[in-house]
Every structure is written in C-alpha cells, then in structure tokens.
Design a protein around this ligand. Sequence first.
Ligand SMILES: [Zn+2]
Length: 320
Amino acid sequence: MSDSAQHASPVSIGFDIGGTNLRASVVDRAGRVVDTLQEKSRRDAECMEHLIVEMTRSLQNRHQVGAVGVAVAGFLDPTCSIVQFAPHLPWRDAPLKSRLQEHLDVPVVLEHDANSAAYGEFRYGAAVGAKTWALCAIGTGIGATLMHNGEIFRGAYGIAPELGHLPVVPNGRPCACGKRGCLERYCSGTALAFGARELLESDPGTSSPLRDKPEFTGEDVMRAARAGDELALRAMGDFSDWLSIALSMVGDIFDPELIVVGGGVSANADLFLSAATQKAQKLVVGAGHRPQPLVKVAELGGDAGMIGVATLAASAAGLW
Ligand SMILES: [Zn+2]
C-alpha cells in the first residue's frame, strides 16, 4: 500500500454482479467512483466468489478499503445474507455473505441490485431528501424499490415490491417468471423491441430501418424513433402508454412524493417520460383531487447500484 493510500480516508468497494460482467467500483465518502475493475462473470459459484475476493484484494493494494458491498440481481433473505434465487447467477440458497466474509478482512454487505441503485440515488442522486419515494429501474425487466424515511421497504420476507410481475394483461405475453401478462413484458426495453417486432409483423407493408436488423433491441427502437421512423414511434407510443399505467399503479399502491425512473431506458427518457407522466396523472384514483408524485430521471446511470451498495457497506461499517 502506498503512503498516500495509507493516509487517505477509507473508501468502500461496490460490486455489481451481472450475468455477463462482474464490476467493482471504489467509492469515496462523496459518492464518487475513484477506481474500477471489470472481469467476465464465471458460471460456477465458487469461481465467482474467488473472483470477488481476488478483485477486492487487488483494490486493497491500491486503496485503504474499509468495507465491501455486493449488489445482487436476485432474491435475498430478509437479513441480506443468503442469495435464495438469482435467475442469471450461479447461487441457489447460498450463504454468500458468510462465504465472502470468511476470506475478507473488512465488513461485507449484500443488497438487492434495485435497492442498491435506489440507495445510491437517495444519497447522491435524484432522490436526495425524498421521504417516501419509489425507484422504477426499467431495462431488461423492471426493478423497483420503495424507500420511506431513509429505509428500504422489503416486505415481511424480503421480496417486495415485485412491480414488474404484476399481471396487467389476462393470459397475455408469457414471462420468464412462469406467469403470463406481467407488466415487464409490456413496459421494459425488452418489451419495446418485442412490441416493435409485433408491429412489423402485423403491418408487412410498412418500411422501417428495423426490418433490416433481425435481432434489434429496445435501444435500436429508441434510436430509430429519435430519427423519426414512424413504426418505431408507434412502438414508443405503446411503451409510453404502458409506462403511464406503471407510474399510476406505483402512485396508487405507494402514494409516493417522487418516482425516479432509472435503468437502461432512462438514457432516452426525453422521448417518453413527460407524455407518460401526464397520462399517469389522469389514471390514478381521485385524479384532480390529490397531490401527484414528481417523476424524475435517475442521475447516477449504470454506476448507481455500485455507489449505493458501497455506501450501504460504508454505513454498516461506520465509515460514513
Ligand atoms: Zn413475470
């Protein structure tokens, strides 16, 4: 460890574990990312744990690390110690926290990925100062978090809120969760591409640059919409309508003062968010006779989860 690292105030590491990449960010007390590492995710649980330990040790050589936070895209038990189920990760009912803690000499904290991102936005981003607010992270699916008085609301068993899997269309599009008609099959980046594909098939005469790209994504649809492509704009309109329903449901269930929209689609929020918000304001029960939540775009981008979980770990370790 260098002299400057020895004397600097301690930092915290936030891990983001994805199905493809394992990313680590070193976060300081101002919520700034001061260093990063990235490796390819491993398929085997033991290899993945070994890699997390190795990456931590390598960052400990460069920084005075006081805590480690790990954001997991999956179900954790209510004490955030065990990964019960994570569709794209190798752990099943695995005591990940104690396994990592065995090999690391600083406190380890696990947290759900959407909760981690929400905590990042709450401490340093779009939700600073908010008392009752919700994060809707919209990308491949929908990740949602509710925070009240600075605390993450988990429900009785650590699952809440599974906004993306509320059934909105009886017998609708099949979902990876095993149900049909879930909200995230209509309101996500994946759903945007799916909807555009349906429009292309139902309207074979319409020309669109999307026709020449068989494997297009939600991002491609947004790019085509930005360039004025009519079919992409129609798909965006459908997506925006579904988002307005999602926002109104969040309003009706949680009655928050603020809803922050994050995730992959939020980079293009100027294409849909204000229309969706206006529509949502008419869909909530008692519209016109109740205060409406402010709807904002997330501010920390793809680093939100790592910043949030690093800060949760720092706070648990008493660093800041
Ligand atoms: Zn589902």
